[in-house]
Design a protein around this ligand. Structure first.
Ligand SMILES: NC(=[NH2+])NCCC[C@H](N)C(=O)O
Length: 422
């Protein structure tokens, strides 16, 4: 398997297609047809013990092994008929458009640390690069020594280990920087400074790539914080939004109004989660594995609650619809009611508290459903996976020893853009 080379896209995986392809996602478990992944690359090689905390990694990953693990993840999807689109290809392709280039170069140097002289020099450097090289620079950033003829006071004073343009190692987690709700794409507003710029890339791709031509944008990065890892499409018309370290209550409220106004959902469940790194997104504690079943961190299964939000009148405006808020009620009760089912099954992982905490930390609850009762999971979470199998869920195990150092599992590392309706 190639480790460190360029992305090896199987010939059967088109990155640009002439004919429009379906887009849209209405559930977590409808058969997965097309997904956006990001194969980790040069941006991961920027991580050092000095910067990994700030860049939201728990260590310094072995990059070649992380790529190998990621290639195996992608192969597990393509082997099952899923079309994989790679974010770096989509990015390089949109960088042939002058507007996209301008937008992304401007976003890359929009940083008050730089000052006018260095901003100009960095922008000029980037604007000179060919699409592939510019894509690499936008993802891996620009180190101090890479700016030929750099300059000005800020450049001289800057620590040599600092970046003129910081890298984006969390691009790997494509789940967070955009999320499809129905046939519209929400470009998210990422909470952590280390991730802000990611949504400028997903915005440019959604706006300028022919593959996504015509798709309406539901949300944008200037709005209240909202991250895709917090958004779960429990059933057609029912969206759960986690509110915690990343997504704010304001973000959940804004999303609710917009999905109502655009007819994409009739119920939004707002789910408070602990504001901690271990539970940074709702999908770190619960993901769907069947039309009526979730795998959930046992420590929260009994205490998780939800507010049920609906529209008061026929909604027709993005931002002013009156909302009706009920609750809080136990999450499983509120979810079942909104989904119109008798009971939402929570798979009993039967874990002792220590194993449960360890496997939650290692993204045991962060599964990616390929279809009802078929889910990709990290192989290391053996106890959770055995419980899933016992409950009738087929687990597609993948290695994640290096990928996992960024604290994200199969769901975090994937952005479905097309699932068959249930
Ligand atoms: N959907 C998710 N759970 N994403 C995980 C993102 C991990 C990433 N290092 C961060 O801190 O943002």
């Amino acid at each position: 398997m190639s480790c460190d080379g360029p992305v090896t896209v199987p010939a059967s995986v088109p990155v640009t297609t002439a004919a429009p392809r379906p887009l849209g996602v209405t559930s977590e478990v409808g058969p997965l047809r097309t997904v956006v992944l990001h194969r980790p690359g040069a941006e991961l090689r920027r991580l050092t013990p000095r910067n990994n905390d700030q860049l939201l990694f728990d260590g310094v990953p072995w990059v070649a092994r992380a790529q190998e693990e990621h290639d195996a993840f992608a192969a597990a999807l393509t082997d099952r008929g899923v079309e994989v689109l790679y974010l770096d290809r989509l990015l390089a392709e949109v960088l042939t458009s002058p507007e996209a280039r301008e937008e992304l170069v401007a976003a890359a140097v929009d940083d008050p640390r730089l000052g006018a002289t260095l901003t100009r020099a960095a922008a000029a450097h980037l604007a000179d690069l060919a699409p592939e090289d510019l894509a690499t620079a936008l993802m891996a950033g620009l180190a101090h020594h890479e700016l030929r003829g750099g300059r000005g006071l800020a450049y001289e004073v800057m620590d040599r280990h600092d970046f003129v343009v910081p890298p984006l190692p969390n691009l790997l987690f494509t789940r967070d920087s955009s999320v499809w709700v129905g046939d519209q794409v929400a470009i998210t507003s990422l909470a952590m400074p280390a991730r802000h710029r990611e949504s400028t890339i997903t915005h440019a791709v959604a706006t300028h790539h022919p593959r996504f031509a015509g798709a309406e944008q539901l949300y944008d990065s200037s709005l209240e914080h909202l991250e895709g890892g917090d958004v779960l499409l429990l059933a057609p018309g029912v969206v759960a939004v986690g509110v915690g370290e990343r997504t704010t209550p304001g973000g959940a409220e804004r999303l609710a109004r917009r999905v109502f106004a655009r007819g994409l959902a009739q119920t939004v469940l707002v789910v408070p989660i602990a504001q901690e790194r271990a539970t940074m997104h709702l999908d770190t504690i619960a993901t769907m594995v069947d039309v009526d079943a979730m795998v959930m961190y046992p420590a929260v299964a009994d205490t998780l609650v939800a507010w049920t939000v609906t529209a008061d009148t026929v909604p027709d405006d993005d931002d002013t619809t009156d909302l009706v808020v009920r609750g809080p009620a136990p999450f499983v009760v509120a979810a079942a009611e909104a989904m119109g089912i008798e009971r939402l099954r929570v798979i009993d992982t039967g874990l002792d508290p220590v194993t449960a905490e360890r496997e939650q930390w290692d993204d045991g609850n962060n599964t990616l459903a390929l279809a009802p009762r078929l889910a990709v999971a990290y192989e290391r979470n053996t106890v959770t996976n055995a419980a899933l199998e016992a409950a009738g869920i087929e687990v597609v195990p993948i290695a994640g020893s290096e990928l996992g150092s960024g604290r994200g599992g199969p769901r975090c590392m994937s952005c479905p853009v097309w699932r068959d309706p249930l």
